[in-house]
Design a protein around this ligand. Structure first.
Ligand code: FE2
Ligand code: FE2
Length: 154
């Protein structure tokens, strides 16, 4: 089994334990949606699509597991490190890249490393394209218009 599939199996098990069916559905849709966006962005930007997809699958897991978004990026990076150390799917460098992206993913107004930026952008793509009838959040507007430009969708 590929390592992305193995990680997804682990994440699916955590998500399937969520009691509220609506929250569970949107959690699954979001992690898989961000994962798809991350793969597309990684291919476009010459970054590792598998690492990008793995970071996306884990990025909000702490929030879903705990039911709280308080400091979920930083706590999520800690959780991701624990999971990746347990599953032994990644090298230490890959684990660091994934955890860094998760740690920074809520800092949408600042610019971090290319993989950190990729996860922020993939998150914004999922938020904005999941329902285009909804207005784009103010803190995501600038990033969203840069993404539209990158994809020639002005
Ligand atoms: Fe998040
Ligand atoms: Fe997210």
């Amino acid at each position: 089994m590929g390592r992305l599939k193995e990680l997804r199996r682990f994440v699916d098990e955590v998500l399937n334990r969520m009691e509220d069916p609506d929250k569970r559905t949107s959690a699954i849709a979001h992690l898989y949606g961000v994962s798809l966006s991350a793969t597309i962005l990684a291919n476009k930007r010459g970054l590792d699509p598998e690492i990008a997809a793995m970071a996306a699958m884990l990025h909000d897991l702490h929030a879903y597991k705990s039911g709280s978004y308080d400091d979920h990026a930083h706590l999520g990076a800690e959780l991701a490190r624990k999971v990746l150390n347990e599953l032994k799917l990644t090298s230490p460098e890959e684990t660091d890249a994934i955890c860094s992206a998760i740690y920074h993913h809520d800092d949408k107004l600042v610019v971090d490393s290319p993989m950190d930026e990729l996860l922020k952008d993939a998150d914004v793509m999922d938020h904005c394209f999941k329902d285009i009838s909804k207005p784009v959040k103010e803190k995501e507007q600038e990033r969203f218009s840069r993404l539209c430009e990158e994809f020639g969708m002005n």
